[in-house]
Design a protein around this ligand. Structure first.
Ligand code: IVH
Length: 698
């Protein structure tokens, strides 16, 4: 019989062996044990912990080996963010994509750009970091900035080489992990036979396998991997995507053989149709096609928007449709008070996902009108009890395509949109700006306050693990959390977790509370853009938060400027920022002038530490940290490209000339800004001089 003390001493021994062999392996002076021995040690380690789970915390080395999904994998920051792709749903979107590229690069109409066509694999992206040719770390995408360390599981995937023949310092290869359709049903049969939960589709099977606590050799063996891009590399391997895919093959990776380069868009779109019609014959699911600019120096010039590249787009396949019945129509109240109608559906399977609700957008949509007042669905309204066609496009919320009024019951009644807020009972009003119906009782409407708190802890804001919607509602109802700062006071309400546990009652254990408090503690350090976003100011979304953070750099600079602006009753300094418009300025000033909002904010500031905004891949040049204004047109760049170059170099582009501007960049046919700059004695540079300033050598 294995006693606890024996288990402890063996765990200690094993953890030392594992750590040592890991270090030896990762530091590349080669491990003295074989892969098999290493795996045996890991499984013995896991077995001991499954007998004495209370020892898990103490032997957290397993976090590196992989744990149950979400919280227990080690979180690792990506070397460069893992971006997502913007979507196109029809040919027109593709023409627009090309037009935008053309105008960004200032191309003439006749100039064609080579695009590479790659299937969009419906799996999960994985980043593989090789150090001196040896697989060092494998990370999931996570939120794009921080991923989960799934190295141990990834090492068991046959398509993932443990070593590659290029021994450069760092080479990060990204691609898609998928579970082939041919073995998917086998897996589910096996799971079913042994009484375990089956997976609803191959994507979930891939995700579940890659993120399982105990590496399962047999199951991991079924996973496949296609390489499609480079994240970070100390050497450039290719000058085009086409060439890169060949290099990947030489390194021992699989790449997708449907990939192909096109010069003309017509042929590209024909190929799209062809691949669409043969997609069911493939051994992997694809949910669209990715088009990428083939040439890397053009990719570099095009650069990135806040979360997606300008040089690529995903041409999604048409959404799958299903028919079901509306069981009820509910009104949800959002963070900004908008009343959003939601159809509660009889659950229906759409392309492998069970859907039980769909958005009804707004009152007009229910009445059969679009946002310009034109008829949609031949003017048919939507009612409780109606049969409807529902679709899902990508990850978006399911939508209603049509209603079958021939199946409507003669007793059905049209839906009456409420005049009063269903949460606080205040009268609702139509917002003239966006025709939304809104409850304006923002501070005292429970639904809005709760939605704001949910937003505050959400992934792109404070990202606090373990605080789902229901928990926030529970905390709010129990008067534990009323405003953001309360999250950080939770700890003081519990003494070793015990008082709070008693108060919370059913469903809360010491461990779950400890984990929650730990996540809250960790969240106290936050980046400026996330912090701004977390405040839930109307019209200040992710993008605007990033622009503001990039412009002001630190919370103090931002907050002092806002306070000074409010004192002088002058929002001009905000208008000067490229990308910040009228609605945003009004909303920002409104928020920071509101006494109650300020009070909550000041309270919150006592608990958090806001990191300075660090620009991605900032290139140090003579314009870094300088303020510039552009005027006229340029030979080598479009306005958009010039702006993007300045931002990459960490310069601020303002819209008007004033005393605090460092340079005026003067193109052809400049405007009145030249005169103003002359009067103020501001330095002026022409296009050629500007190229020297930015070390332009593309
Ligand atoms: S390129 C910066 N290529 O689609 C662009 N992505 O929404 C990075 N995906 O998270 C992506 N097949 O998981 C690229 N051939 C392909 C892809 C692909 C599937 C996934 C990937 C990414 C998502 C983008």
């Amino acid at each position: 019989m294995l006693t606890k003390s024996k288990a402890i001493s063996r765990l200690q021994e094993l953890s030392e062996i594992i750590t040592k062999s890991r270090e030896a392996y990762f530091n590349l002076n080669q491990s003295d044990i074989t892969d098999q021995e290493y795996d045996q040690n890991i499984s013995e380690f896991q077995k001991l912990l499954s007998i004495y789970p209370e020892l898990e915390d103490q032997y957290s080395i397993l976090d590196k080996v992989g744990a149950t999904p979400n919280s227990r994998f080690k979180k690792v920051k990506h070397l460069t963010p893992m971006y997502s792709l913007s979507n196109a749903f029809n040919n027109e979107d593709i023409f627009n994509f090309l037009k935008q590229i053309g105008s960004f690069l200032d191309l003439s109409e006749s100039e064609n750009i080579d695009l590479i066509f790659e299937p969009k694999i419906d799996g999960l992206s994985l980043s593989l970091i090789y150090k001196n040719g040896i697989l060092f770390q494998a990370l999931t995408r996570g939120d794009g900035h921080i991923g989960e360390d799934v190295t141990e599981n990834a090492r068991l995937i046959p398509d993932v080489p443990i070593s590659i023949p290029i021994k450069i310092d760092t080479l990060e290869i990204r691609g898609e992990v998928y579970f082939p359709n041919s073995t998917f049903s086998e897996l589910n049969e096996k799971l079913e036979k042994t009484g375990r939960k089956t997976f609803s589709n191959p994507r979930n099977a891939a995700s579940g396998t890659l993120r399982q606590f105990k590496s399962n050799k047999n199951r991991n063996k079924n996973l496949c991997f296609f390489a499609y891009s480079i994240g970070n590399a100390t050497h450039q391997l290719a000058d085009s995507q086409e060439m890169l895919l060949k290099v990947f093959n030489d390194l021992g990776f699989k790449t997708n053989d449907i990939s192909k380069v096109f010069t003309g868009v017509e042929e590209l779109l024909q190929y799209y149709e062809k691949v669409f019609s043969m997609r069911t014959e493939l051994d992997y699911d694809i949910d669209g096609i990715v088009y990428k600019v083939n040439n890397f120096s053009l990719q570099q010039r095009l650069g990135f928007r806040s979360s997606s590249p300008r040089w690529a787009i995903a041409h999604k396949f048409p959404a799958e449709l299903s028919i079901t019945i509306i069981e009820d129509i509910e009104i949800q109240i959002g963070r900004t008070g908008t009343l959003s109608p939601v159809a509660k559906l009889k659950p229906v399977n759409i392309g492998g996902v069970i859907v039980s609700s769909a958005t009804l957008h707004n009152r007009d949509f229910i009445m059969g009108l679009d946002n310009k007042g034109n008829k949609i669905r031949d003017g048919a309204d939507i009612r409780k009890g109606d049969w409807v066609t529902v679709y899902r496009a990508g990850d978006v919320i399911p939508k209603i395509k049509d209603v079958d009024i021939s199946k409507r019951n003669s007793t059905s009644k049209s839906f009456v949109f409420p005049d009063l807020c269903p949460s606080c009972g205040n009268e609702v009003k139509i917002d003239k700006m966006d025709s939304a119906i809104r409850c304006y009782n923002s501070q005292n409407c429970d639904a809005q306050v709760i939605a704001g708190l949910k937003h505050f802890v959400s992934k792109k804001a404070f990202n606090i693990d373990g605080l789902g919607g229901r928990i926030i509602e529970e905390f709010y109802q129990k008067n534990l959390i009323q405003q953001p700062a309360d999250f950080f006071r939770l700890e003081s309400k519990s003494k070793n977790g015990s008082n709070l546990i008693e108060f919370l009652g059913k469903g809360w254990g010491e461990k779950s509370l400890k984990n929650l408090l730990h996540s809250i503690e960790k969240a106290k350090l936050i980046k400026l853009d996330r912090f701004l976003f977390s405040l839930g100011i109307r019209h200040i979304g992710e993008n605007a938060s990033q622009i503001l953070a990039g412009y002001f750099g630190s919370w103090d600079d931002f907050y002092n400027a806002i306070k000074a602006g409010i004192a002088k009753n002058d929002g001009q300094f905000l208008f000067e920022i490229e990308g910040i418009g009228q609605l945003m300025v009004t909303s920002l000033i409104g928020f920071f002038s509101d006494f109650k909002e300020r009070e909550k904010l000041e309270d919150l500031l006592n608990y958090v530490k806001i990191e300075k905004f660090i620009k991605l891949s900032k290139l140090e040049t003579a314009i870094t940290d300088k303020k510039l204004v552009l005027t006229g047109t340029f030979n080598a760049f479009s306005r958009a490209e010039l702006k993007s170059i300045c931002e990459r170099a960490g310069a601020k582009v303002l819209t008007s000339v004033s005393n605090n501007v460092d340079f005026l960049v003067v193109g052809q046919a400049p405007g009145s800004k030249v005169k103003k700059a002359g009067e103020l004695g501001i330095k002026q540079v022409n296009e050629e001089e500007f190229k020297v300033l930015i070390d332009y050598n593309l």
